[in-house]
Design a binder for this molecule. Structure first.
Ligand code: FES
Length: 106
């Protein structure tokens, strides 16, 4: 069963920015597109660069290493550069706190 774990705060990820976090041994990037928040794996499936060093492009994020891009909504790879999607995590905002759903790893 999944559990929600606090990752950061709304204030810590201003609009049109993203930031990487390590939570429960997972590398997560939290993305804020003008008040809409997303949580995805921070590790590019192409060659393991941090997505948090990348670029927000509308409803997608682009890895700066070789240009793989992924949909924010479901992590789907949008180009042939990466053939696997980024994992996505359900996100919950309570006041200023941002939590994500972590799958049960037992
Ligand atoms: S590591 Fe991200 S595009 Fe190559």
């Amino acid at each position: 069963m999944a559990q929600f774990v606090k990752v950061t705060t709304v204030d810590d990820v201003p609009p049109e920015t993203m930031k990487g976090f390590e939570v429960e041994n997972l590398d997560i990037v939290v993305v804020n597109t003008g008040g809409q928040f997303y949580a995805l794996s921070n590790i590019c499936t192409h060659a393991f660069c941090y997505m948090s060093y990348g670029i927000i492009d509308g409803d997608a994020i682009i890895c700066t290493c070789h240009g793989a891009d992924y949909a924010l909504e479901d992590g789907k790879s949008l180009s042939t550069m990466a053939d696997k999607p980024l994992a996505t995590y359900e996100i919950r905002i309570n006041g200023n706190d941002i939590s994500i759903s972590i799958p049960d790893q037992s």
